[in-house]
Structure formats: structure tokens, C-alpha cells
Ligand binder design. Structure first.
Ligand code: ADP
Length: 586
């Protein structure tokens, strides 16, 4: 599938056409906007349409800067979403009106394609109140929406995930400080996968030193400048947003490369700019480590974070007390790139791992767009899987069967069951546990190489035995059980399990659902009295299988399943999103 990502800003319209799941960039473009021309955005979108006309587009992802605290996830653009984006325009006058214009023009051009809004603020929407509140009168804050929202969320979330993948640790087990250092710059405390604090606030002006923005400044200084009469509001806006930061301090401009060159030649303003920039970033790392109660990783990203080894060095100095040990060699040579987006730059024994990561907001937007578009599609035409609730049953070896039913006996077919070649038998066995017994448990045929008795958790309580959750066939070290048949009794040392829920799939089904053998998926039960999502569902693919999910009676009861129930395979990866959208195209 191909996703068009549109970033319609005030001064440029950037777009990318991205093929998924390969992540190949089919098209990349940027159209500058002439601020004097008020039809410039329309012209730019028309140029974009021209450029993409020959290409397949399955979904369109729109970058939207400000979604307030309303959107914690990307959403399909609807009239209500448009109203909300409009409402937040007052908070982000340089961004949202243009983002919205881009959405409306694109919707007009491509009315049949799903449009998804991806918000810079979404990742921070769940920030705790103590982090999102300014210490002012709450009534005033509410009335004027004076609170901290945070930005760059797409990038922070993306690099935190890449870092976790690199560290082979789930993101929800890591406390990471991500530093997005570009022209705009912000830090984020990503505690166990969630943004709990970030340096940009109500607007993207707060926090770190940026290319032309001041970052943190005493509100008293702002009042003082206004009171002095030397500055009107618009001039102050210009000063703090466009004439400050690296550019303001250095007097050179916002390009760190030039500032670094001048600093080397002894330019004191350039040196001060670099020092203030690094000092502030270091200050935030320390603060965020304190907020998260510890630190596992630091991630540098953005133009400066990815490219300036000297700035990374400066920022990471004096952090040894936190367990941060940067490797000068690794740092000097680190150049994260598309083919190798994560480069580790800490010493091997550094307790806190330090990484330079190449961010790619366009790709992240494309992936989120695919996921949301597929989920929407799924709601309209779900990918259903029939569900069979397995009552307790057993599989036996010929040897055990003979001991229970006599040397001359053979299993007698009672009826076929859904999986080809398998059948329920007339024979039944009694299970005897230390606490109680369960009589009349049906045998399934044909006979197997190992004894396997599958019961539900409730049965365990009755028998007084703890059985492990196991994949079928993996009975080694499982629980012991005594079996009683009409001919004799057998004490098995192992074989009693609680079967792991799983889906049988023919290879054609696996292809259809775009999943692999042994993949772990999620299946949702909806539309009943007790909707439930089952995680940890194992996919088992075999030529001899027929599509069906197997759960035990406890699981079936928990979801109040009836005969003939079905579940929906949930869209949780880009691959599955692509499969859903591909299928919907036919
Ligand atoms: P934006 O926020 O506009 O996307 P970028 O992420 O591209 O900005 O970052 C731009 C910043 O990265 C500029 O300050 C630029 O000087 C800096 N930068 C890019 N390459 C290097 C480099 N090799 N050394 C130092 N700074 C660099």
C-alpha cells in the first residue's frame, strides 16, 4: 500500500509518498509558500496533486500540530475532527490553520481515500496533570486554555520505540529521555512508553534553546520588556520566536555548523550560544531522570542530535553520576542514517545507554495512518475468525490407551470435529486430582505420541492441581494427573496443561490475514454482551488446518460466547494494516 503524508505548514508544503510495509519513499517533495500570495497553499496542493497523479494512494496522513489534549491517537478526519482542529487554531496560529487548509484541499481532491490526522500533541495528551499544569489560578488557566501540551510527539514516540527495539527491551520497561534537537527543539521523559513530561508547553516556545526561539525565559522578563515600552506584543513575539535561541545568542544565524566553526575560531558569542544550548539540554536530562525516578537511555535526534558529535559530547558531560558514560570514539563516528537509524554511542559498561537515532516523522505518520485507516476499514468489514470453545478433553498414546481401556481395545469414532482428520471418540476417562475428580472427559482421536490432557483453570481448582499454560504438544514438565479408565488406572507424571489459546490456519488463511506461523496476535470479540479482546493468541499454520480459534470454556464464558461465535483479528502491526487495506481494494 502507499500512504501520502502531507505536512502543510505556513511557509512550505512538504509531502512524501511512502510504500508500506517496506517503508520505501516513492516521492519526496517540498513546495515553498510565498507569504504575500494568499492562494499559495492552494497552488501548492495543486502542484502536489499533479506530482502524485500517476501514483497509487491508499490513505493520506496529515500532520496537525495542535490537537490539544483531545486526541491521544491519530484519528480519521471527520467534520467533528475538523471543528476541533479549528478550535485549537487559536493556540497554534502559525500551524493549525494551514494544516487544516491542507486537509480540506486534499479531501476535496481525494474524497474517496481515507484522511487521517496525526497530531504533534497526541503523544503528550496523557501527561500527568502535575506536568501539564502551570501554577496559576486554575479558573484563568481553564478559561484561556493556559496549560502545557507539548509538541514533537510523533518524533519522540518514534525514536523512543526505535531505541527500545535496538536495546531489545520492551518500551514499557524503559525510562528514556529523548532529545529532539532540530530548528525546533524539545526534550521528553518517556517513562515506560508514555510521555510523562516534555519541555515545550502551551506553545512550542518553552523549554530548550532552539534555532531562533528562546526556550525558557522568566515570564517576569516578558512583562518587564512590555512595560518598558520598548516592545509591543508583535515585536516581542518576533524577538522570542525569531530572533533568539542560537541565532540570537550567536549573532550568526540558526545553523549550528556555522556557529561551531566560529566558536572554534574564538568567537565568544558563538561559544556562549553553544554553552547555553548544551547546559539547558543537560539540565533537562537531570530533571527528567529525577521525575522518572531513574534513567535507562538517552536518545539524541533531530538535525543537531543526529549530526553534531560535539554537541552530544557537551550535553552528555558530567552525567556520570547518573550512570551515563559516553564513548568518545563511538560518538565521534556516529551518523545515524536511513539504513542504520540507531547508533549506540555509550561505553559498553555504561549503565545508561546513549543512542543517536535518525528520526523520521513522515514514516511514523505513514505507519500510524495505515494503522488507523485499516482499523476503520476493519470496523466496516471485519476479518472474522470462527471460534470454537474446547471443553476439557484428552489425547492419549496407544500405550496409555491400552492401560485404561484394555490391550484389545481401539478408539471408536463418535463424530468428526472441525479440524480435518481429528474426531471425538466414544471413550471417556476420569481425571483424579488430589482435591477432587472430574469424570467423563472425552478422548479425541487419533492416538498421539504423547499424552496431553487439556483443562480450564476452573477445572484445576476442582482437581487441586496447578497446570501450566502450554502450546499443544509441549507437555514436558507439565502437571501430573491420575487417569482412570474402565480397564485400569494410570498415574501420569506429566501431561496436564491449560492450552494456550491459538488459531489454526491453513497457509491460505495466513496469507489472507498476513500473519506467520507462531505469530502472536490479538482477537477481539465484539457485538455480544461481554466484549473482550484476547491478547497472546498464538497463530499455528499447517496444510491440514482449517481456520478456527480455540479457547477453553473459561475463556469462552468470560466473553459470553455462544455456538457459532466469531472474533476479529485486530490490526496491531503495519503489516496487518497493509493486509487489511489490500484486501479491501480487492
Ligand atoms: P527542523 O527542526 O527544521 O526539521 P533539523 O532537524 O533539520 O531542523 O535540524 C536543523 C539543525 O541541525 C540546524 O541547526 C543545523 O545546523 C543542524 N545540523 C545539521 N547538520 C549538522 C552537523 N553536521 N553539525 C552540526 N549541526 C548540524
Amino acid at each position: 500500500m502507499q500512504v501520502l503524508v502531507i505536512n502543510c505548514g505556513s511557509s512550505s508544503v512538504k509531502y512524501q509518498l511512502i510504500k508500506l510495509p517496506s517503508c520505501e519513499k516513492v516521492l519526496l517533495g517540498k513546495i515553498e509558500i510565498d507569504p504575500a500570495d494568499n492562494t499559495a497553499h492552494e497552488t501548492a496542493i495543486r502542484a502536489l496533486i499533479e506530482e502524485t497523479q500517476q501514483h497509487q494512494i491508499d490513505a493520506i496522513g496529515h500532520r496537525v500540530v495542535h490537537g490539544g489534549n483531545e486526541f491521544s491517537e491519530p484519528v480519521t478526519v471527520t467534520d467533528a475532527v475538523i471543528d476541533s482542529i479549528e478550535k485549537h487554531s487559536a493556540d497554534a496560529p502559525l500551524h493549525n490553520p494551514f494544516n487544516l487548509l491542507g486537509i480540506q484541499l486534499a479531501q476535496h481532491q481525494w474524497p474517496q481515500i481515507p484522511h487521517i490526522a496525526v497530531f504533534d500533541t497526541a503523544f503528550h495528551a496523557g501527561m500527568p496533570k502535575r506536568a501539564s499544569s502551570y501554577a496559576i489560578n486554575p479558573a484563568v488557566a481553564d478559561q484561556h486554555r493556559v496549560r502545557r501540551f507539548g509538541f514533537h510527539g510523533t518524533s519522540h514516540q518514534y525514536v523512543a520505540q526505535l531505541a527500545a527495539d535496538h536495546l531489545k527491551t520492551p518500551v514499557d520497561e524503559l525510562r528514556t529521555v529523548t532529545l529532539h534537537l532540530g530548528n525546533g527543539a524539545s526534550a521528553c521523559a518517556v517513562e515506560y512508553g508514555r510521555s510523562v513530561e516534555t519541555s515545550m508547553g502551551m506553545t512550542p516556545l518553552e523549554g530548550l534553546v532552539m534555532g531562533t526561539r528562546s526556550g525558557d525565559i522568566d515570564a517576569g522578563a516578558v512583562l518587564s520588556l512590555l512595560r518598558s515600552g520598548a516592545y509591543q506584543v508583535s515585536e516581542l513575539d518576533e524577538l522570542l520566536n525569531r530572533q533568539s535561541g542560537l541565532a540570537g545568542l550567536s549573532g550568526i544565524g540558526n545553523d549550528l555548523r556555522e556557529i561551531e566553526t566560529s566558536a572554534e575560531q574564538g568567537d565568544e558569542s558563538a561559544q556562549l550560544a553553544i554553552n547555553v544550548f548544551a547546559h539547558r539540554a543537560r539540565k533537562y536530562i537531570g530533571a527528567y531522570a529525577a521525575i522518572m525516578g531513574g534513567l535507562d537511555a538517552i536518545v539524541f535526534t533531530g538535525g543537531i542530535g543526529e549530526n553534531s558529535a560535539t554537541m552530544r559530547r557537551r550535553i552528555a558531560q558530567r552525567l556520570e553520576f547518573l550512570g551515563v558514560r559516553l564513548s568518545d570514539d563511538l560518538n565521534r563516528n556516529a551518523r545515524p542514517a536511513t539504513d542504520q537509524p540507531v547508533v549506540e554511542i555509550s561505553e559498553p559498561h555504561s549503565r545508561v545507554r546513549v543512542l543517536a537515532v535518525r528520526t523520521d516523522e513522515g514514516l511514523m505518520i505513514a505507519r500510524q495512518t495505515a494503522r488507523i485507516a485499516a482499523a476503520e476499514n476493519q470496523r466496516n468489514s471485519p476479518r472474522t475468525i470462527p471460534i470454537a470453545v474446547s471443553a476439557r478433553h484428552l489425547h492419549l498414546t496407544a500405550e496409555t490407551f491400552a492401560k485404561l481401556f484394555g490391550p484389545e481395545a481401539t478408539p471408536t469414532k463418535y463424530k468428526d470435529i472441525s479440524q480435518p482428520g481429528q474426531y471425538a471418540c466414544e471413550e471417556k476417562v476420569n481425571l483424579i486430582g488430589p482435591r477432587n475428580r472430574i469424570d467423563g472427559v472425552r478422548l479425541l482421536g487419533p492416538l498421539r505420541r504423547v499424552d496431553q490432557i487439556e483443562i480450564a483453570r476452573t477445572d484445576e481448582f476442582r482437581l487441586g492441581i496447578d497446570a501450566p499454560i502450554r502450546d499443544s504438544g509441549k507437555v514436558e514438565g507439565s502437571a501430573p494427573i491420575t487417569l482412570e479408565g474402565p480397564y485400569g488406572t494410570v498415574e501420569l507424571t506429566e501431561g496436564l496443561i491449560c492450552a494456550r489459546r491459538h488459531i489454526h490456519m491453513h497457509p491460505d488463511d495466513a496469507k489472507d490475514f498476513s500473519v506467520q506461523d507462531r505469530e502472536i496476535v490479538e482477537v477481539a470479540i465484539t457485538g455480544g454482551p461481554r466484549d473482550l479482546a484476547f491478547g497472546d493468541v498464538l497463530v499455528r499454520v499447517n496444510e491440514n488446518y482449517k481456520l478456527e480459534m480455540h479457547i477453553d470454556t473459561d475463556e469462552g464464558n468470560a466473553a459470553e460466547l455462544t455456538r457459532g461465535s466469531a472474533g476479529e483479528l485486530m490490526v496491531d502491526t503495519v503489516e496487518s494494516a497493509c493486509a487489511v487495506l489490500k484486501k479491501s481494494r480487492g
